[in-house]
Write a protein that binds this ligand. Structure first.
Ligand code: MG
Length: 269
């Protein structure tokens, strides 16, 4: 079976130090955690920016600081920056991370009712972000919160805005999103254009079962404190521990871990 790409979503928009003291918030904390999960087996790090108060933000300067520091210390690690919407809406806000020219960036192709409000991704915005990524040779990580978003990604490919192989991240088990269910995963995979690569990320207590399904089905895995704060019930995780658990389980079923170079070859970077 193909090698396993592990992406670690280090920070996200919502987690706080009060919820889990191991969440990296400052640029230096994020860089240090990225280097640690790379040593543990991650080949991609998914990164959000926080401001000086720890609030999530779309600040070009903070994204640039993180990206520059990280590339200086681990040039081979694949950096994926977030265009996610919790820090503000609109193209001029959402595109902030793209000015750093990361190798990858997230691109959600539809809208979702998050518990705290609508995560609005109308097609005009999605197309604008995809165009900017294409111009800058940034590979989208297509974030899929529900089935309809796969079809929107296929539309973008038909418009010439995405280059195969497409790379999908199925976010599963979040409130109001698709369930972390093997039938749902099977249906999503069945919808993908030939040659696509995919990973799955389970939210909160769904992180483990989602990761197990993805490893068994030949997908890739995203874990990290953005999606899940606990290692097990009552035990707060570190990003490194979450990555180490994937490596342990994968080794039991002979899924070797991809290096960043091997991940690049699979994703067409
Ligand atoms: Mg994110």
């Amino acid at each position: 079976m193909k090698k396993l790409i592990i992406c670690c979503a280090l920070t996200g928009s919502l987690p706080t130090k009060e919820q889990n003291p191991h969440v990296p918030i400052t640029p230096d904390e994020i860089v240090a955690d990225a280097l640690a999960v790379y040593q543990a087996g991650a080949s991609i790090v998914h990164i959000h920016a926080r401001d000086a108060q720890g609030k999530n933000c779309h600040d070009r300067g903070i994204f640039q600081e993180i990206h520059t520091k990280l590339k200086a210390q681990a040039p081979e690690l694949i950096v994926q920056l977030s265009t996610g919407g919790r820090a503000g809406q609109g193209f001029d806000s959402r595109n902030a991370c793209l000015f750093s020219n990361p190798e990858m960036a997230s691109l959600c192709t539809g809208s979702t009712n998050f518990p705290t409000g609508i995560y609005a991704n109308d097609m005009e915005l999605v197309i604008q972000l995809a165009e900017m990524m294409k111009q800058r040779n940034i590979k989208p990580e297509l974030e899929i919160f529900d089935t309809n978003m796969v079809g929107a990604a296929v539309t973008l490919e038909q418009m010439g805005l995405l280059q195969p192989p497409l790379y999908f991240d199925f976010v599963m088990g979040g409130r109001n999103g698709q369930s972390a269910d093997i039938r749902q995963l099977g249906y999503l995979v069945s919808m993908l254009p030939a040659g696509s690569q995919w990973c799955a990320s389970g939210i909160a207590a769904n992180q483990v079962n989602t990761m197990l399904m993805a490893i068994a089905a030949g997908g890739h895995v995203r874990v990290g404190l953005e999606d899940n704060l606990y290692l097990r019930r009552g035990v707060k995780a570190t990003n490194v521990e979450l990555v180490e658990r994937v490596v342990r389980i994968a080794s039991e079923v002979n899924r070797e871990i991809a290096t960043p170079a091997e991940a690049r070859a699979m994703l067409g970077l």
